[in-house]
Design a protein around this ligand. Structure first.
Ligand code: TYM
Length: 330
C-alpha cells in the first residue's frame, strides 16, 4: 500500500519564509513517493476572527502559492478543507475521545488565548482535534510540519491509539516529519520568538509576498548578537537564525554556511542572506501571480482535489462510524 502524506496551512495571513522552509517547500520532494493530500485549512483559520473577503482571497492565493512552490495538483489532492465535510464530522467523533485537560495544556492554545483574550472560543481549544481529524481521515503515515506543530501531531497519534485500543485497528498512527534545517525559523527582531504570520512588527517576519528591496531591508535590520563571529551557538540566537535561514534556502548545512562566512562581518553576511532569500522568492512570486490570473484553472484543480480527498475521507469516516456503533442502514 502506498504511503500517505498529509499537511495543511491556514489561510489566515500572508505566509512567511518560516511556512515556506518549515513546511510547503518540503512537501514537494515527497510527491512521487507518497500519496499526498495538501489542504488550505480554512476551518482552522476561523478560530481567530477573519475578514470574510480577505479569507476568501487568501484561500485562493494560498492554493496558487502551493502550486507555485511545486505542488502538482495532478499528482496530489490539493483542496480547501471546508470543501470536504468529513473533516468537521470526524472532528466531532474525535471530540468525544479527547479530554478537556489535554487540550487546555496545548502550548498554542495557551499562547493564542493570551493573545486573543476577548475571543477564547471553543474552536480555539478544539483546534488540535480538528487537526487530528484532518490527519487521521486519510490514514496518514507522515505529516511534514515545522517544529511548532509537533505537539499537535502528537495529539493526533494519541487519539489514533486511544480509538484503536477501544475499537480495534481503525486509524493509522501518523508521524511528524521535520525539515533538516528551518524547522523553527525565528523572528528577525526577537529571536526568542518564532517567525509568525501575525507578528505586529512587520520587520519581524519576511513574507513570501515581500519584494526584493523589502526582503533585503528586513535582513539588514535583523537583530544580531554581540561579538562578530558568524557561528551557530546558544548565545547567538540572532546569528544562528540567519545561518539556519541561509542554509535552508541554499540547501547546504549550517556548518558549510559557517565556513562560507568565516572572517566576514555581520553587514555583508546579512546582505548575503537577504539576497539569497530574495533570489529564491522571485520565481515563486512570479508563478503565483501567473496562476492567480487563471481563476478557472485554480477552481478546477481545487474541485478535483476535493473530490479525491472526499473519496478517501468518506472511507475512513464510514469505518469509524461503524466501529462506534452508528446504525448505517444495512
Ligand atoms: P500554520 O498555518 O501556522 O503553518 C503552516 C506550516 O508552517 C510551519 N511553520 C513554521 N516552520 C518553521 N518556522 C516557522 N517560524 C514556522 N511557522 C510556521 C508550521 O509548523 C506548519 O507546518 N495547524 C496548522 C495547519 C494544519 C495542519 C493540519 C498541519 C491544519 N491541519 C494537518 C498539518 C496537518 C497550522 O496552523 O499551520
Amino acid at each position: 500500500m502506498e504511503k500517505v502524506m498529509y499537511s495543511a496551512t491556514q489561510p489566515s495571513g500572508a505566509l512567511t519564509i518560516g511556512n515556506y522552509v518549515g513546511a510547503i517547500r518540503n512537501w514537494v520532494n515527497y510527491q512521487s513517493e507518497y500519496e499526498c493530500y495538501f489542504a488550505m485549512a480554512d476551518l482552522h483559520a476561523l478560530t481567530v476572527r477573519q475578514e470574510p473577503a480577505a479569507l476568501r482571497r487568501r484561500t485562493l492565493e494560498l492554493a496558487a502559492l502551493y502550486i507555485a512552490c511545486g505542488v502538482d495538483p495532478e499528482r496530489c489532492a490539493l483542496y480547501v478543507q471546508s470543501h470536504v465535510h468529513e473533516h468537521a464530522e470526524m472532528c466531532w467523533l474525535l471530540n468525544c475521545f479527547a479530554y478537556v485537560g489535554e487540550m487546555s495544556r496545548m502550548t498554542q492554545f495557551k499562547d493564542k488565548s493570551a493573545k486573543h483574550a476577548d475571543n477564547i472560543n471553543m474552536g480555539l481549544m478544539d483546534y488540535p482535534v480538528l487537526m487530528a481529524a484532518d490527519i487521521l481521515l486519510y490514514q496518514t503515515d507522515c505529516v511534514p510540519v515545522g517544529a511548532d506543530q509537533t505537539q499537535h501531531v502528537e495529539i493526533a497519534r494519541d487519539l489514533a491509539v486511544r480509538f484503536n485500543n477501544l475499537y480495534g485497528e481503525t486509524f493509522r498512527v501518523p508521524q511528524a516529519l521535520l525539515p533538516a534545517s528551518g524547522a523553527r525559523i525565528r523572528s528577525l527582531q526577537d529571536p526568542a520568538k518564532k517567525m509568525s504570520k501575525s507578528d505586529e512588527n512587520p520587520n519581524a517576519s519576511v513574507f513570501l509576498t515581500d519584494d526584493r528591496d523589502t526582503v533585503i531591508r528586513k535582513f539588514k535590520r535583523a537583530v544580531t548578537d554581540s561579538g562578530d563571529r558568524i557561528v551557530q551557538s546558544e548565545e547567538k540566537p540572532g546569528v544562528s537564525n540567519l545561518l539556519a535561514i541561509y542554509a535552508a534556502f541554499r540547501g547546504v548545512s549550517v556548518a558549510d554556511a559557517e565556513r562560507e562566512f568565516e572572517g566576514q562581518g555581520y553587514a555583508s553576511f546579512k546582505l548575503a542572506v537577504g539576497e539569497t532569500v530574495a533570489d529564491a522568492l522571485a520565481p515563486v512570486q512570479a508563478e503565483q501571480k501567473r496562476l492567480l490570473a487563471d481563476k478557472t484553472y485554480l477552481a478546477g484543480a481545487l474541485k478535483a482535489g476535493a473530490e479525491k480527498a472526499h473519496y478517501a475521507a468518506r472511507k475512513t469516516l464510514s469505518k469509524a462510524y461503524r466501529k462506534v456503533g452508528f446504525y448505517r442502514g444495512d
